[in-house]
Design a protein around this ligand. Structure first.
Ligand SMILES: [Zn+2]
Length: 413
């Protein structure tokens, strides 16, 4: 078993930031660019790991915040780590919990309170709700969405939790802001995230030395800075060169508030500065059109809950755009969800059957639709990788988006 971590670049475009490479982890390689499906609580909801492997998923991403609360990161440590615990035969990622702790999209409306003197009234989202997270320079105190118990995450705790969970790729603990925060607050959060990153590196080094014999876990620093060019570039410069006690980041995540219309611009500011020889993960981005933007602007991996989340509501991606299988026009449609898709669902089931199981609220509806959507997105990024190698990325992109967006516009839900 390979105990180290490395990134090899096989091909880099000359006219864009796009590249093709391999991330090597102790649990196997990830050919990049790659889409990493999300299994938040150590399961891709409703789908067996074998099915995820069969549809081409190379790695899965879980959530440190959720696993810390339930079943507890110590349980995963005792089980032999995340991959073994969830019976996933490949590499795994965990995000740091910063995003969930701070934005708490988990069963609550976004409730975010900040102790800074500088925030405006609209900085506190849903201000009439209970405040679930309080940030200070040391860390974040938050209330569990499960039982209301109080917890505290610091950079050190996040590293301890992620080491216990045992994913191959972890992310540094950061303060995730929103587009609604004021510029002064973004600066404050940046300074805090910088200080936390150094503490993450130190604790990561200490834990790596302490936990002898465990497979090496790579640590990615997270680039924040919202929509501000100078802040994003400063973060990329600082994190790209950051070193503490001989420990530097193995790769980088691009996180925080990303305005969809500016996605390519923001990502290119960052990736033009980050060291070329380390992998870059674009956090929480997974819509087809956004994945093209991420790849051509130099991102190597992506994760997003969208493909599985929308699948459970009967929404599916196809070459004809995105549509909803619950619509009555599919009642007698005996064609596959997508005639060009070779996934398990499309090779065995019809739109009429999918319509039936969604209308009947059958559990299998989530399984089959998730398999299709995850297949669609994983394959789309795989096709981008092949197109980069074949030298026809621009044509492939124009061809796909021409059909996908055009027909999405026509599709009636
Ligand atoms: Zn399919």
């Amino acid at each position: 078993m390979l105990l180290s971590f490395s990134f090899d670049i096989k091909h880099a475009e000359s006219n864009s930031l796009a590249r093709v490479g391999t991330i090597n982890t102790p649990h196997g390689p990830v050919q990049t660019p790659a889409f990493i499906p999300v299994g938040t609580k150590a399961t891709v909801k409703s789908v067996l790991p074998e099915a995820m492997k069969d549809l081409g998923s190379q790695a899965l991403l879980s959530n440190a915040y959720h696993l810390y609360l339930q079943p507890g990161s110590d349980v995963l440590d005792e089980a032999g780590g995340l991959a073994k615990f969830m019976n996933w035969p490949g590499p795994t990622f965990t995000d740091s919990g910063g995003f969930q702790v701070l934005s708490l999209g988990v069963g609550f409306k976004k409730v975010l309170a900040m102790d800074a003197q500088t925030f405006r009234r609209d900085d506190v989202i849903a201000g009439n709700k209970d405040r679930l997270a309080h940030v200070d320079d040391e860390g974040v105190t938050f209330k569990s969405h499960l039982d209301g118990s109080m917890h505290r995450f610091t950079p050190e705790v996040s590293m301890q939790v992620q080491h216990q969970i045992g994913a191959d790729i972890m992310f540094a603990f950061d303060e995730c802001t929103t587009l609604h925060n004021t510029r002064p607050y973004q600066e404050l959060a940046m300074d805090r995230t910088y200080a936390w990153a150094i503490r993450c590196l130190d604790e990561h080094k200490r834990l790596t030395e302490e936990r002898i014999g465990k497979p090496y876990q790579a640590l990615f620093g997270v680039i924040q800075g919202a929509q501000y060019e100078d802040l994003r570039k400063k973060a990329a410069t600082d994190f790209g060169t950051m070193e503490s006690n001989g420990q530097s980041f193995d790769g980088f995540g691009i996180g925080g508030a990303l305005d969809k219309g500016q996605l390519g611009t923001i990502v290119s500011w960052v990736n033009e500065i980050l060291p070329e020889d380390k992998p870059r993960h674009l956090l929480g981005i997974g819509a087809p059109e956004d994945l093209f933007v991420g790849v051509e602007n130099g991102c190597d991996t992506f994760d997003c809950v969208l493909a599985s989340r929308i699948a459970r509501t009967s929404a599916v991606y196809t070459m004809e755009g995105r549509f909803n299988l619950s619509n009555s026009r599919f009642k007698r449609d005996f064609t596959p969800i997508d005639s060009q898709c070779d996934c398990y669902t499309c090779t065995h089931y019809t739109r009429a059957y999918m319509h039936h199981v969604f209308r009947g609220k059958e559990i299998i509806s989530a399984t089959l639709a998730t398999i299709h959507n995850e297949s669609f997105i994983v394959r789309l990024v795989d096709q981008m990788r092949q197109a980069l190698l074949d030298g026809n990325f621009a044509d492939m992109k124009a061809d796909f988006l021409g059909r996908y967006l055009h027909r999405s516009g026509q599709a009636r839900d």
